[in-house]
Write a protein that binds this ligand. Structure first.
Ligand code: G1P
Ligand code: ZN
Length: 544
C-alpha cells in the first residue's frame, strides 16, 4: 500500500481497559502516540484486520473527531476492508451495538467516556465491542492490555482527513468507508419493538414529557423518534445539541447531575414523564410528576410489564442484574417463574446470557437497562419501553410504582459514592473487610444480625469463566444488604461505592424517603467498614 508508515513506539503504562474500555484524562489520550498505540494493540489483540468490517463512532466529546481520523488511517494501514462510520463520527453506544449486529461486522470501536465530563481537562475513552455487538469480554480486554505492554510499532496511512460530514461511500487506501446516518438504523429497530401508534396516541391525548439529552449524543436520536415520529412538541428534548464539553455539564442522568430536570419534574404543573440519558446514550433516568424511579425499580417494573409491549409479548426468557443492583427484579422473576441471574458490575457480563437466550432483560443500579435487542444498555429504548407500558396501562408513573410495591413489596435502595479518595486507603478498607468476612456471620450490627458475608465471585454459566473480587457483600437477616466495591471507571484516585438495600412489604411503609428508610443500614455500613476513617470524608459525594 502506498503511503503506509510503520512508526516505532514504546509501551505506555496503564493502558488497561476497566469496567468499560480505556478511560483516561483527555490530555493523556492526546499525548503523541498514546491513542495510536492503544489502537494498534486493539487491532493486534483481535488477530489483525485483514478482510474485516468494523463500526466506528463516538459520543461527540472533545477529541472525538480527531481520534476517529487517526483510527481510520490506522485501520486502512492494517488492512481493514470496510469501516462503517456514523456521520460526523457520532454514534450512541446502543446504536453502534445495533450496527455491528445488523451489518454483521466483526466488531466496533466506540469513542466515549460515557457519563464522565468531556473537554480538554476532562475525560476521554475508547472501547472495543465484539461481533455480537457487546463490550469485549475480559479475555479480549486482557489480550489488548497485554499487547499494549509489548507493542513496538504501529501502522498508519499518510492520508488527508476524510470528510465525515457527508453521507456516502469513500475510500482510504484500499479501505472502504461507509458514512451513514447514525439515527436511521436504530430508529428502525425501535419500530420493531414498540407500538408507535399507541405512544403517539398517548402523546396526542395530552400526556406531557421533558427529556434531557444533556448536550450529549442522544439529542438527534430523541428528536427524530420522540418529537418528529411520536409527535411530542418541539422542545420536548432539552439540551438536544451534542457539544464537545456537554455544555460544561456532567452527562450523567441521576438526580445530582440532571438537577434541572429534577426541578422541573418536582415543580407545580410538572410534565407527566421525565427522562435523561448519558454521554453515549446507554444510561437512563426515569421520572414521573413528583416521582423518581430508582434504576433497580425500573428494571423490576419493566420486567413485570414487558409482555404488554409487542417486542416482548412472548414473555421473558430470564432477567439478569448486576450484583449490587437491588433484588426487586428477583421478586418479579420469581412470580414469572423465570431465572434471575446475578452478574458482576459491567454490561460485558450480560453478553453470554443474552447470546445464549437465557436472559431477555438486563439492568444495573447505575441507570442501565437493556434487552436482547442489542448487546449494550440502551437509554432511549428504556424511555420508549416505559412510554409504551404507560400507553397500555393508562396510569401515571407514580401509580405504576405504587401498584408495583403493593404487589411485590419495596426494595428501598441507595448508592453512596465517595469520589476521588486516596486509592491506597480505599484498597486498604476493602482488604480489611475481606480479612474479616469469615468472622461476621452471626454478629449483630445496629440491631441486625449478619446472615452471610463474602466477596462476590462469579462463574459464567455459559463459558465457565470466573471473575473474582467483584464486591464485598454483607447480607442481614430479613434480606437487608450492604455491598462495598471500588469503581473500575474512575480516572482520579479511587471511587468507593457503597450500595444499601432494605426490603419492606408493610403496606403502610411503602412511601418513606429512601435515606430515612435506610438509616440503620447506612449506620451499619459505617460501623462495619470505618468508611470515614479510610476516606477522610464525613459524607458521600453523591447519593443516588
Ligand atoms: C460504573 C457502574 C457500572 C456500569 C459502568 C459503565 O462502573 O457502576 O454499573 O456498568 O459504570 O457504565 P464502576 O465505576 O462502578 O466500575
Ligand atoms: Zn454510558
Amino acid at each position: 500500500m502506498k503511503n503506509l508508515t510503520t512508526v516505532p513506539t514504546t509501551p505506555f503504562d496503564g493502558q488497561k481497559p476497566g469496567t468499560s474500555g480505556l478511560r483516561k484524562k483527555t490530555v493523556e489520550f492526546m499525548q503523541p502516540d498514546y491513542l495510536n498505540s492503544f489502537t494498534q494493540a486493539t487491532f493486534n489483540a483481535i488477530g489483525g484486520l485483514a478482510g474485516k468490517t468494523l463500526v466506528l463512532g463516538g459520543d461527540g466529546r472533545y477529541f472525538n473527531a480527531a481520534a476517529a481520523q487517526v483510527i481510520l488511517k490506522m485501520a486502512a494501514a492494517n488492512g481493514l476492508q470496510k469501516m462503517i462510520v456514523g456521520q460526523n463520527a457520532l454514534l450512541s453506544t446502543p446504536a453502534a451495538s445495533n450496527l455491528i449486529r445488523k451489518y454483521q461486522a466483526d466488531g466496533g470501536i466506540i469513542l466515549s467516556a460515557s457519563h464522565n465530563p468531556g473537554g480538554p481537562d476532562e475525560d476521554f475513552g475508547m472501547k472495543f465491542n465484539t461481533a455480537n455487538g457487546g463490550p469485549a469480554p475480559e479475555s479480549v480486554t486482557e489480550r489488548i492490555y497485554s499487547e499494549t505492554r509489548s507493542l513496538t510499532a504501529y501502522r498508519i496511512l499518510q492520508s488527508p482527513d476524510v470528510d465525515l460530514s457527508a453521507l456516502g461511500t469513500r475510500t482510504m487506501g484500499d479501505m472502504e468507508i461507509a458514512i451513514i446516518d447514525p439515527v436511521s438504523d436504530y430508529h428502525a429497530l425501535m419500530h420493531q419493538l414498540f407500538d408507535f401508534d399507541a405512544i403517539r396516541g398517548l402523546i396526542a391525548g395530552g400526556f406531557t414529557l421533558a427529556i434531557d439529552a444533556m448536550h450529549a449524543v442522544t439529542g438527534p436520536y430523541a428528536r427524530a423518534i420522540i418529537e418528529t415520529d411520536l409527535g411530542a412538541p418541539t422542545g420536548t428534548i432539552r439540551n438536544a445539541v451534542p457539544l464537545a464539553d456537554f455544555g460544561g455539564g456532567h452527562p450523567d442522568p441521576n438526580p445530582v447531575w440532571a438537577k434541572d430536570l429534577m426541578t422541573i419534574l418536582f415543580a407545580a404543573g410538572a410534565p407527566d414523564f421525565g427522562a435523561a440519558m448519558d454521554g453515549d446514550g446507554d444510561r437512563n433516568m426515569i421520572l414521573g410528576a413528583a416521582t423518581y424511579v430508582t434504576p433497580s425499580d425500573s428494571l423490576a417494573v419493566l420486567a413485570a410489564n414487558a409482555h404488554l409491549v409487542p417486542g416482548y409479548a412472548a414473555g421473558l426468557a430470564g432477567i439478569a442484574r448486576s450484583m449490587p443492583t437491588s433484588r426487586a427484579a428477583d421478586r418479579v422473576a420469581e412470580k414469572l417463574a423465570i431465572e434471575c441471574y446475578e452478574t458482576p458490575t459491567g454490561w460485558k457480563f450480560f453478553g453470554n446470557l443474552l447470546d445464549a437466550g437465557r436472559a431477555t432483560l438486563c439492568g444495573e443500579e447505575s441507570a442501565g437497562t437493556g434487552s436482547d435487542h442489542v448487546r449494550e444498555k440502551d437509554g432511549l429504548w428504556a424511555i420508549l419501553l416505559w412510554l409504551n407500558i404507560i400507553a397500555v396501562r393508562q396510569q401515571s408513573v407514580a401509580q405504576i410504582m405504587t401498584d408495583h410495591w403493593t404487589e411485590y413489596g419495596r426494595n428501598y435502595y441507595s448508592r453512596h459514592d465517595y469520589e476521588g479518595v486516596d486509592a491506597a486507603q480505599a484498597h486498604a478498607m476493602i482488604s480489611e473487610m475481606r480479612d474479616r468476612l469469615d468472622s461476621l456471620p452471626g454478629t449483630g450490627v445496629e440491631g441486625m444480625t449478619v446472615q452471610s458475608a463474602d466477596d462476590f465471585c462469579y462463574t459464567d454459566p455459559i463459558d465457565g469463566s470466573e471473575a473474582a473480587n467483584q464486591g464485598v457483600r454483607i447480607v442481614f437477616d430479613g434480606g437487608s444488604r450492604i455491598v462495598y466495591r471500588l469503581s473500575g471507571t474512575g480516572t482520579v484516585g479511587a471511587t468507593l461505592r457503597v450500595y444499601l438495600e432494605r426490603y419492606e412489604n408493610d403496606p403502610a411503609l411503602l412511601h418513606e424517603e429512601p435515606q430515612r428508610a435506610l438509616q440503620s443500614i447506612i449506620k451499619a455500613a459505617e460501623t462495619l467498614a470505618h468508611i470515614q476513617k479510610f476516606t477522610a470524608r464525613n459524607a458521600p459525594d453523591v447519593r443516588t
